[in-house]
Design a protein around this ligand. Structure first.
Ligand code: MTE
Ligand code: CO
Length: 418
């Protein structure tokens, strides 16, 4: 196997892909030959639906498998549960709104926007209550950020378990948020000099709440009401959520109801009983907010096997809570040799980047891995290196390198290498 680097290989690559398309189309379609060249296909011989039938558009019916999925045995109730982003079926860096994974502790709150209020109080000069319209009249910003649940890959601490990047890595999404900087709201209320922490609380049945250091609140946090241009979806916190760039998803409080400024953390359930990392020596790390650099090959992967020998595209996502992703490496042999992946598309601070590597596959088994490095120089660790520091008692913050075993028939399996 090799990657097309020089110009002649590139030409061969393009020629190979054209031949491959014709061959696979002919091979895969037993019954639909009447739609193939030189015939005029069915969809050209008749008028299509008129406009207006799709007041809110949906994907093609041929894409009906591209959906969020759940793992039924994972949680006791659907109200406190998670669905996973179908990463294997997506490309680019933006997650479509209807496919962003959902994680709720008390179900989806259905909030009437007219009754929505955001309360800001505690160690401030002037406590305030904002309506949604108040938030929309304040200076507006647009930012693209990833959100990763701290529990993403949490089932893999003791070994490879779930067969598909949707399940191993699908508690991440990346969208453009529109809203107001939290520092603007805090400035309106006037933060007192002894303020050190801020507590964010949701208006859902879980009233989920977290403590956030005031420095982060005054840095890049936002109260967002739009994602990818339209209003937040109910499951993403309609009508407003907290955006805490680069930090674990749990602190991105949805259905945001209250912000309280204080001089110490609140030690809520979500920062004591949950979202701490139990180490080998019995001590636990607490307030481990930042999501370290991580990456995954989304295709090929167990749900997106290789269909053909010859030219194929390896594609994946990388992100870092510490800043921009600087570099992504790919290995075809379980980490013995590495090559530089090609990042394509925009590279934003604390956002996903898309990477590719072209592959000329002769059918031999592969052990595919990707490894992200961010602008601080931090390099995504192997799983063994991570376990040396963290042990295997953790649930959260597993950013170890993922391995996919590609078999000669193109099937892909979740494995671990030494
Ligand atoms: N906010 C409230 N109010 N209630 C919740 O249950 N879940 C948190 C966070 N904010 C939660 C919440 C967790 S654990 C995560 S990972 C993210 O929301 C998930 O955001 P998403 O559903 O938009 O993907
Ligand atoms: Co979470």
């Amino acid at each position: 196997m090799k990657t097309p680097t020089d110009r002649s290989t590139r030409r061969r690559f393009l020629a190979g892909v054209a031949g491959f398309t014709a061959a696979s189309a002919a091979g895969a379609r037993a019954g639909g030959a009447e739609n193939l060249p030189p015939n005029v296909p069915a969809w050209t011989r008749q008028l299509g639906d008129g406009v207006g039938l799709r007041a809110y558009g949906n994907p093609s019916k041929y894409e009906k498998e591209v959906i969020r999925r759940t793992v039924p045995w994972l949680t006791a109730t659907p109200e406190s549960s998670v669905s996973f982003t179908p990463l294997h079926a997506l490309d680019g860096i933006i997650t479509p709104n209807g496919l962003c994974f959902e994680r709720h502790h008390g179900g989806v709150a259905e909030i009437d926007p007219d009754d929505y209020r955001l309360m800001l109080h505690g160690l401030v000069e002037k406590p305030l209550i904002f309506t949604l319209d108040d938030l929309k009249r304040l200076p507006r910003v647009n930012k693209i950020y990833f959100l990763e649940c701290a529990a993403n890959s949490g089932m893999e601490w003791r070994g490879a378990q779930l067969n598909g990047c949707q399940y191993t890595h699908g508690m991440v999404h990346c969208v453009q948020y529109t809203g107001v900087s939290l520092k603007v709201l805090l400035a309106q209320a006037g933060v007192k000099a002894n303020a050190k922490w801020i507590m964010a609380e949701g208006g859902d049945a879980a009233a989920m709440n977290r403590s956030i250091p005031i420095e982060k609140a005054l840095d890049d946090c936002m109260v967002a009401y739009r994602m990818n241009g339209e209003m937040l979806r109910p499951e993403q916190g309609y009508p407003a959520r907290l955006v805490v760039p680069g930090w674990e998803g749990n602190v991105w409080v949805k259905w945001l109801r209250r912000l309280k400024v204080g001089d110490q953390p609140w030690f809520t359930r979500e920062e004591t009983a949950k979202y701490t990392d139990l180490l080998e020596n019995g001590r636990a790390r607490q307030f481990t907010f930042v999501m370290d650099a991580k990456s995954v090959i989304t295709s090929p992967s167990p749900q997106a096997p290789l269909k053909q020998k010859g030219f194929n595209v390896i594609s994946g996502l990388a992100w870092s809570g510490r800043g921009r992703v600087k570099h992504v490496d790919i290995s075809l042999d379980g980490g013995r040799n590495w090559r530089t992946a090609r990042i394509d598309g925009p590279v934003f601070d604390k956002a996903c980047v898309r990477f590719y590597s072209e592959l000329d596959w002769n059918g031999e088994p592969l052990l595919l891995q990707s490894r992200a490095m961010d602008e601080t120089g931090y390099v995504q660790p192997g799983k063994d290196a991570l376990r040396k520091i963290r042990g295997v008692n953790s649930i959260y913050h597993n950013n170890g390198i993922q391995t996919w075993a590609v078999k000669p028939n193109g099937e892909v399996e979740n494995v671990e290498v030494g």
